[in-house]
Every structure is written in C-alpha cells, then in structure tokens.
Write a protein of this length. Structure first.
Length: 274
C-alpha cells in the first residue's frame, strides 16, 4: 500500500509545475500534460517515487545513518525544521555555508567557537569585560547560532541529504556528489535531475506540497529508527544472556561432600581423648 495517495497530493497542489517555457527537458518522464501554459506533474509517478525514496531512507536509518534536511527557501524553512526535529535529524534552513560537506572540519571549528562564546556568558568572563565587548560577543554568538543551530550535534558528514528546491540548493547537491552522498530531492518541472539519486517529482513551491512529502519521509525515518532501536535492544539482551551462559559453563562444579558417618565421629572423639 502506498504511503501517500494521489488524492492527497492533488489536494496539496503537488501536481502544479512551472510555466512550460521554464521547464527542463530532463523532467519530461514525470510530466503528465500542459494546460494554459503550465506543466502538470504525473502524480502516479510521484507516488511511486515517494515510496522508493522512503524505502531507501529507511535502509539508511536502519544502519544507524543520518539524513541532513536542507531547505533555505521561505516556504520550506519552518516545515523542514519541524519535521527534522521530530524525527531526530539535523537540518540547514538558514544559509548553506560553502564547504559544509567537503570541508566539514571548518564547520566543526565554527561550532566549537560558538560553544566557547556561550561559555563566556556563564564562566564569569562578562564580569571582566566592558559593555562594548559584551555586545560584540553577543552579536557573534547570535550570528553563528542562526546558521549552525540545526547541525550542532552533527559529528560527521551525513549519510544522505534531503533537499527542497534543487536550483536554490545546487551547491549542497554538488558537494554531496563529490563525496558520493545520496541525494533525495523534491524536483519541480524546472529541475536538473542529473545529480539526484532519488527524484520526487512535485511542486517545490507550495507550502502544502512540501509539508506533505516531508512528513511522509519523516514518518518513514521515525519508523526505521524505532525498529533499529528495538533490534539493538534485543541484540544486547541476547548477547548478555549468551555471556551469562558462557560464564556458567566456564565455572567448575564443586564436588558434593559426603556427610561423615556417626562411627567415624565416635572414633575421632576417642582418638582425641587418648
């Protein structure tokens, strides 16, 4: 059974593409028809591609992987942040920093800088500096936190990225391809899909369309995470039981002592008297 229906996509406006004069011929397989100068997307193929993308995402999460949500356009910002937080993934919704993936160590250094600035507010540094220096620190902290808020817990590069608007996030896609990181993307009729591993043909401008597809993907990630946690718990329990059983086998059995007979006790007592 598909995770989302054609009717749901239709109500969300996922079938509306761009003006036909702005189309990308590489999206031809996913276009149903043209009406009043606007391309309409084939939602049956969208349903298939959503299921395909969700299955691939679940495999990544089952192996304890992480998917980075990327969407800096106004319509996608809040939705991506909300869904990423809900399913425990990292996100970039303000600005894609050049070299975010290809030069990840620099991003980690920026996160350390942010943590140091935050530490100054609590370790008594503010009491030793003047008001002007405090304002400078607060501005730097606010600027870094705005850009790095969604990736502060990310220790290594993600196993995949999910992108809304392939044109606006073209730098993120190019960096991912350099590192052979799979790319999931909502692709409108003007998208270049050469570097996209999992194409989800749909309207990437409509608030409802972005929200519906992102929610379906997040639900799949949550489901895979729960299954992975259950499996790891069971494996840990089995391993503990196996260890206990092995310890019991290694422990030598002590022979049972036979109780001494009354005759032996009497003889021992007489010997002591003599």
């Amino acid at each position: 059974m598909p995770r989302v229906s054609v009717q749901q996509l239709l109500l969300a406006g996922s079938h509306f593409g761009h003006l036909s004069k702005r189309w990308n011929p590489k999206m031809r397989p996913f276009i149903f028809t043209k009406k009043k100068g606007i391309h309409l997307i084939d939602l049956n193929k969208t349903v298939e591609k959503i299921d395909e993308a969700c299955d691939a995402a679940m495999k990544i999460i089952a192996k304890r992987g992480k998917i980075l949500f990327v969407g800096t356009k106004a319509q996608a910002k809040d939705l991506l942040k909300e869904e990423a937080v809900r399913c425990g993934m990292n996100y970039v919704t303000e600005r894609w920093l050049g070299g975010f993936l290809t030069n990840f160590q620099t991003i980690r250094n920026s996160i350390k800088t942010l943590e140091e600035l935050e530490r100054k507010a609590t370790d008594g540094t503010y009491q030793k500096i003047n008001k002007k220096e405090k304002i400078v620190i607060e501005k730097d902290k606010e600027k870094l936190n705005k850009v790095l808020e969604g990736v502060r817990t990310m220790k290594v590069v993600p196993n995949a990225i999910f992108v809304v608007d392939t044109i606006k996030e073209s730098i993120a896609i190019k960096e991912a391809k350099k590192l052979n990181i799979p790319v999931f993307a909502i692709c409108d009729t003007n998208s270049d899909i050469d570097d996209i591993d999992y194409v989800i043909p749909a309207n990437d401008d409509a608030f409802k369309s972005i929200g519906l597809i992102t929610k379906v993907l997040s639900d799949s990630i949550l489901e895979a995470s729960q299954v992975a946690n259950i499996k790891s718990g069971d494996e840990g329990r089995v391993q503990q039981e196996d260890t206990s059983a092995a310890d019991r086998k290694r422990t030598p059995k002590r022979p049972l002592r036979k109780p001494e007979s009354k005759e032996n006790e009497t003889e021992a007592a007489q010997t002591e008297k003599e």
